[in-house]
Design a protein around this ligand. Sequence first.
Ligand code: NAP
Length: 274
Amino acid sequence: MQDATAGTTAGPGTPHERRWKAPNFRLDGRVGLVTGAGSGIGRAIALALGASGASVGCLDLAGADLAGSVADIEAVGGRAVAVTADATDPAAVAAAIGSVEQDLGPISLAVNAAGIANAAPAENMPLSQWQKVIDVDLTGVFVSCQAEGQAMLRNGGGAIVNIASMSATIANRGLTQAHYNAAKAGVVQLGRSLAWEWADRGVRVNSISPGYTYTPMTRRPEQAEAMEGYAGDTPLGRNAQPEDIAGPAIFLLSDAADYITGVDLLVDGGFTIW
Ligand code: NAP
């Protein structure tokens, strides 16, 4: 059989059959876990999962507005449950996944959006501040991926999207956050590493690197005032809303992306091309 693009012998189906199949972005019948689902980008992605047909386990720290996230998903006809856990605690994350699986079924989708940010000049940054950001933003993503990966390998496959940052690729002008930038670069490389380890067992792992996005994280004092300046430095002329990150996440989780693993997708309005 002729391959539709290269003209070589290739997989099943005629070129015509392979061309007409519409890409499937739906997630009906699947169960996903979203960390950091009580706020900002995680909350928008959890809602998009629910609106795309998945049942959603919404994970965040105790005190987060998980009830609001669950209510939003139910309002669009989706199914969701709230689970509280610290994403850096392996036992708590494993227990949260167990609880989601008991309520909703075996998980095959996950988005790791839990994170923190702060700033201090590198020459004076206390080690405890460095370690806390590395712990949540890098180790927490590993802990989450490990537990999600174990579940997906057991369940026959799945897809994971880690929320990194364009700070994995650039050093943000004016923001003294060496710890955050290093953690995010680690998240991208973690994704590539897990992608190959799990590729032959049906688990895809990718990351998304958002640009500046309006969430509680960017309302902290050292960023809030600078946000409008960033918009002017962005080819598309504006900063992101959390919903701008949700579509790319759904794409990477869906069967439309079933040949994509180990990539980092910059969703930054073009910020990093200038
Ligand atoms: P956000 O609104 O502050 O949401 C992050 C959520 O994660 C919060 O609910 C936070 O709880 C929770 N969280 C923090 N530590 C946790 C832990 N150990 N275990 C479980 N949950 C924890 O911030 P966001 O802007 O949506 O950020 C989401 C992700 O996108 C982060 O990884 C961030 O680094 C990344 N990102 C954001 C931007 C941006 O411009 N906003 C750009 C690039 C990448 P608390 O509120 O209690 O801390």
